[in-house]
Design a protein around this ligand. Structure first.
Ligand code: 5GP
Length: 193
């Protein structure tokens, strides 16, 4: 079992509707030593890639992506939720359905911060149905950038996103893959990696 799986078993809480709460260490209160370790682990796993930017999505990916970007020594860019319309054609836009809130948001990245010269590593906290990542891949493609890889902290392997993203042929590294979880008993089963 790796450091993240151990922490999930210790502090993760299984909620109904396939939601895992990790807000005591990952996406509300953040354990900074753990973040540092996550940043180093993604750096190790993507060491053979050329990365010029780390790209994530507001809000819970931001903290993690900062630590990854620091390891690579590159900027971190996050796709922002936006209500405004792209009047001046200054931004790349993707529509993303939120897994946790069940609503749709447009997310945007300014054309100033992503272009065809970029090689991006996409980072997010969770992979569930894959909407957030598909939005980020779409934004990178609109920019003409190369997606070098995707780093996910927790993949819920019993949901469809992992399969959709693997079918795109982009290298995907998930630090923990949950194959099953039960809100009544609190049990979490990890995929052996
Ligand atoms: P997807 O777009 O893959 O369906 O969902 C990914 C996004 O939904 C992530 O950015 C994450 O913020 C949120 N999310 C998905 N599943 C969970 C979960 O079980 N727990 C928490 N805390 N967030 C989740």
């Amino acid at each position: 079992m790796n450091f993240l799986e151990e922490r999930i078993l210790k502090d993760g809480i299984v909620k109904p509707n396939n939601v895992l709460k990790v807000d005591s260490f990952l996406n509300h209160q953040m354990d900074i030593s753990l973040m540092e370790q996550i940043g180093q682990e993604f750096h190790r796993r993507f060491a053979d890639k050329t990365v010029t930017k780390v790209l994530t999505i507001e809000a819970s990916g931001i903290g993690i992506a900062c630590f990854v970007a620091k390891e690579f020594g590159v900027p971190m860019v996050f796709a922002k939720k936006s209500k405004s319309i792209n009047i001046d054609n200054e931004v790349y836009v993707a529509e993303v359905e939120s897994f946790t809130h069940k609503n749709k948001n447009n997310v945007i990245v300014s054309k100033k911060f992503l272009g065809e010269e970029d090689h991006v590593l996409l980072i997010d906290d969770f992979l569930a149905n894959g909407c957030a990542l598909q939005g980020l891949v779409g934004i990178a493609q609109s920019a003409g950038a190369t997606v070098e890889g995707i780093g996910i902290v927790i993949e819920k392997g019993f949901q469809i996103g992992g399969q959709i993203i693997r079918n795109l042929g982009i290298p995907l590294e998930s630090l923990a893959i949950i194959d099953a979880m039960d809100a009544e008993t609190g049990t979490i089963t990890f995929r052996a990696q």
